[in-house]
Design a protein around this ligand. Structure first.
Ligand SMILES: C[S@@+](CC[C@H](N)C(=O)[O-])C[C@H]1O[C@@H](n2cnc3c(N)ncnc32)[C@H](O)[C@@H]1O
Length: 236
C-alpha cells in the first residue's frame, strides 16, 4: 500500500477511536428532569450542562468535546495547571469547566446574553471542586477590548476557542480579538469545524498573523485542532 494511503488509514482509525471515546464521555439523565441537562465525564468528574435552544452558544458543539478530550488526554504536553486561560465564545461553558477542573485559572467569555447560563453551568460544576475559581466575563469580539481587556494586563498562557468560526459577520473582529489577547508566549488552542468555504478563507487570513500548526484532525466530524502562536514573536 502506498505511504499516503497508509497514513490516511491510520488517521481514519485514530479518528474513529477518538470519536468513540468522546461519545463514551456523554450521557443523558436517566429520568426526565424538570430542568433538562446533558452529562459529560471529563477530568474525573461528572459534568452537567444545561442547554438552551434559542442561540448558537446554547448547546454543546462537537468542537467543544474535541477540545475537552484533547486537554485531558494531552495534559502532560499542554499542562494548564495554575496557567492563565481565557476561553472565547465559551457557550455553555463545557471547555472552561474542564480546564478549571484540570487546575487552570480560567476566564470564560461570551456575548452578554449567554452569560447567565454560562455562569450557572460553571458554578454548578466547579464549586468546591477546583483549585482556582473561574471567572465569567462579557467579551463581544472586537468590542471595547482596550477597556475590558487592556493589553498591559493581559497575561494569558492559553486562549481556548471551540467552533468560533462559522457564517457570522464578525470574523475580522474575531481575528482582532485573538491578536489583542495574545502575548508573544500565548498558545492558542483552536478547534474548528469546517462547513463552508468561508472557513477556509478565515484560516488563510489567520495565518497572516499567527503561526498555525494542525495538531489533530477528525475527518469524520470535519474538525481540525490547531495550535497557534503570534507571528514574529520575540520568544516562544
Ligand atoms: C457555535 S457556538 C460554540 C460554543 C462553544 N464554544 C461550543 O463549542 O460548544 C459559537 C459561540 O461563539 C459566540 N459568539 C458568536 N459571535 C460572537 C461575538 N461577536 N462575540 C463573542 N462571542 C460570539 C456565541 O455566542 C457562541 O457561544
Amino acid at each position: 500500500m502506498d505511504p499516503s494511503d497508509q497514513k490516511e488509514r491510520r488517521v481514519d482509525r485514530e479518528d474513529q477511536q477518538a470519536v468513540d471515546e468522546m461519545r463514551a464521555r456523554c450521557f443523558s439523565p436517566a429520568l426526565v428532569t424538570a430542568a433538562p441537562w446533558e452529562g459529560f465525564c471529563f477530568a474525573g468528574h461528572e459534568i452537567r450542562i444545561t442547554e438552551a435552544v434559542d442561540c448558537f452558544g446554547a448547546v454543546v458543539w462537537p468542537s467543544a468535546l474535541v477540545l475537552c478530550y484533547f486537554l485531558e488526554t494531552n495534559a502532560k504536553q499542554y499542562n494548564i495547571v495554575d496557567k492563565n486561560v481565557i476561553e472565547i465564545g465559551a457557550g455553555t461553558g463545557l471547555v472552561s469547566i474542564v480546564a478549571t477542573l484540570l487546575g487552570a485559572r480560567v476566564t470564560a467569555t461570551d456575548l452578554p446574553e449567554l452569560l447567565g447560563n454560562l455562569q450557572y453551568n460553571i458554578s454548578r460544576n466547579t464549586k468546591m471542586k477546583c483549585k482556582h475559581l473561574p471567572q465569567v466575563k462579557e467579551l463581544s469580539w472586537g468590542v471595547a477590548l482596550d477597556t475590558n481587556f487592556p493589553r498591559s494586563s493581559n497575561n494569558f498562557d492559553y486562549i481556548l476557542a471551540a467552533d468560533v468560526v462559522y457564517a457570522h459577520p464578525f470574523l475580522e473582529e474575531l481575528l482582532i480579538t485573538f491578536d489583542h489577547l495574545c502575548k508573544d508566549t500565548t498558545i492558542i488552542l483552536w478547534v474548528m469545524q469546517f462547513r463552508l468555504e468561508k472557513e477556509n478563507k478565515f484560516v488563510d487570513r489567520f495565518k497572516e498573523l499567527f503561526d498555525l500548526e494542525e495538531i489533530s484532525r477528525f475527518p469524520s466530524l470535519n474538525i481540525k485542532l490547531y495550535k497557534a502562536m503570534k507571528k514574529n514573536r520575540r520568544s516562544a
